[in-house]
Design a protein around this ligand. Sequence first.
Ligand SMILES: Cc1cc2nc3c(=O)[nH]c(=O)nc-3n(C[C@H](O)[C@H](O)[C@H](O)COP(=O)(O)OP(=O)(O)OC[C@H]3O[C@@H](n4cnc5c(N)ncnc54)[C@H](O)[C@@H]3O)c2cc1C
Length: 375
Amino acid sequence: MASGHRSILIAGAGATGLTAALELARRGFLARIVASGAGPVPLTESRALGINARTLTLLSPSRVTDVILQEAQQLARFRITSRGRLLVDLDTTKVPGPYSAIHALAQGHTERLLLGKLSDYEIVPEWNTVVEAVSGDLLKPSVTLRKADGSVEIVDFDIVVGADGSHSAVRKAVGIGFPGEALESSFYLADFRYAVPIDPGFAEINLVDPGIIGRLPVTRDVLRYISTLSDFESRIEHPAPIAERVWASDFRIHFRHVETMTKGNVFLAGDAAHIHSPAGARGMNLGIEDACWLAWLISQGREKEYSELRMPAVKAVLKQTYRLTSLITMTNPASIAIRNLAAPLIFRIPAFSQKLLRSVSGYDTQSPPWIDGAL
Ligand SMILES: Cc1cc2nc3c(=O)[nH]c(=O)nc-3n(C[C@H](O)[C@H](O)[C@H](O)COP(=O)(O)OP(=O)(O)OC[C@H]3O[C@@H](n4cnc5c(N)ncnc54)[C@H](O)[C@@H]3O)c2cc1C
């Protein structure tokens, strides 16, 4: 498919790939988008829940923000509790700009809203289509695609965007490493639907020492609990009778990022380029941000600047989520006691709270120069 004046393939139709396709389309670049999956993330699997203010800013020109705000839950407060004691109660709406720091919307909903806007440009992902190889001269990469019926297509593109997740075939094919580490500890989560509506307006971390149980709203009657403890479900104090345990999962946390997001005319974005813990809810947001920057740079003919512009944001977010994760996974009783004593005092310092809210909002990375007045 001709795209503006260049042929573009986007590998992956998660939030990153869909955003890249949309941001290109609204500038007249119609990319081809393929995904190995059969469709967007199922609505029952909440996965990436947090949508930060930076993402809402980035998706405002395409008007995806308008529809997100109609469906998402605003997280007006962030609380930390310990043994029934409220240590921290932060008002997350007190950030500059038009949006509060963070909203919650299940990943499958976000992906469907992006798909809906993409369909306005008559772009539909080619599902069940796997990128098997990227080869040849990477200034005009040749891509091998295997389709659902088993047929193989080999096509040359001017630009290939690898938005194909943490196991990225594109990244491996072009020989970009993914160094980093996996944490020893695992994280566990479960989503519960309640028989009556619950208060969806806040997120909470309960320090159970050692370990945490976090509570996040998914909808007005579904809550996610996430924990460092395998037996956390038996410790949850549910706010209402349970109607259904909707979804449960566990995962190990990796901190990894590429050293460069570009090789020739192949560009990596989202989880294909960086993965880290869900603490701070940055993963999907960072991928959406990559996609927006890349689309803007391509439209300007400046895509060579992509890696240099994005790597500082990637490194900063990984560093910050690593610190947050260390704080919630600590097991040493003395360190835990100091943390619990210090938390209420530190959060009372306005400069600290403002800095934290700025990063939860996603405003700690470079602001998008193509959006007037963006923070
Ligand atoms: C439990 C959990 C909670 C999370 N919470 C948050 C949160 O609150 N906030 C947040 O920002 N992030 C969160 N994340 C992280 C978030 O889910 C990811 O960062 C996000 O999904 C990455 O999006 P992506 O589009 O880059 O990759 P993915 O969502 O992994 O999408 C990859 C796409 O590539 C396709 N694909 C894969 N291989 C190939 C191939 N060979 N050829 C073609 N297509 C291919 C797939 O089918 C898919 O369409 C969470 C993650 C987990 C697991």
